[in-house]
Design a protein around this ligand. Structure first.
Ligand SMILES: C[S@@+](CC[C@H](N)C(=O)[O-])C[C@H]1O[C@@H](n2cnc3c(N)ncnc32)[C@H](O)[C@@H]1O
Length: 217
């Protein structure tokens, strides 16, 4: 990873005007993309991990190297803490982690659908610095513009998304509001330990960091 990081630049001046229609369309339909072969081994590992666990479940979507997953597993020591990232390159740089931590190489959306299919509810769900996709034409690649967004909501729990792009966090908050989920937007305090490598890098580069939190009903 580079030593310093440039801020997110976007030609989009405010919340995307197409967001309400997109979120409502996704809320009234099901995401039908077939399960990808590449995700099957991770879903099998997830199945086995859940079969051996009776307690709460915490999800760390877009976990990168899994540094946050290890920290969250220490924080939630009675929970199964699952980190998901599609990149083997990132996951191969995982730190040592407690036994209640599982890292999966998979698409997050496939894991959300699998968990919803099992009627598995979450204690907490972290989405720390997902890719911003700053071009306006990339709205549907952002988490809140993706057709799998209703699955994320169905997982419930205490949700926290962080980004160094204020507009991403605001847009996510608007998408939650459109789905009748109140949320709270705040600046991530500078005096809390960095949960992820990207968070550390953004802080070193002087970026303001933003969070949106919600207790999903
Ligand atoms: C900006 S990095 C943040 C990683 C980590 N959360 C951190 O803060 O250090 C975004 C991560 O999302 C992963 N990613 C992007 N799209 C994904 C998807 N659909 N499913 C799973 N991982 C994805 C990338 O591989 C990358 O590791």
């Amino acid at each position: 990873m580079q030593a310093s990081s440039s801020r997110v630049h976007s030609s989009q001046p405010g919340v995307h005007p197409g967001l309400p229609a997109l979120v409502k369309r996704h809320a009234s339909s099901s995401w039908r993309k077939p399960v990808q072969q590449v995700d099957l081994p991770a879903l099998e590992r997830l199945d086995a991990a859940l079969a051996n666990h009776q307690g709460p479940v915490v999800l760390d979507s877009f976990c990168g190297t899994g540094q946050s997953t290890a920290m969250l597993a220490a924080r939630h020591d009675d929970a199964l803490v699952i980190g998901v990232d599609k990149s083997s390159h990132r996951l191969n740089r995982r730190p040592a982690a407690p036994d209640n931590c599982v890292l999966l190489q998979a698409h997050c959306e496939a894991v959300w659908r699998y968990l919803v299919g099992r009627q598995q509810k979450l204690l907490a769900h972290y989405l720390l610095y997902p890719n911003p996709w700053p071009k306006p034409g990339h709205l549907s690649r952002r988490v809140h513009g993706h057709p799998a967004f209703p699955l994320l909501l169905a997982l419930g729990g205490q949700l926290e998304l962080r980004s160094n792009w204020q507009l991403y966090v605001e847009e996510f908050g608007v998408a939650l509001h459109l789905c009748n989920q109140p949320s709270c937007i705040a600046i991530v305090p500078l005096d809390t330990p960095a949960l992820t490598l990207f968070e550390h890098k953004y802080r070193e580069s002087g970026h303001q960091l933003w969070s949106v939190t919600a207790k999903l009903s």
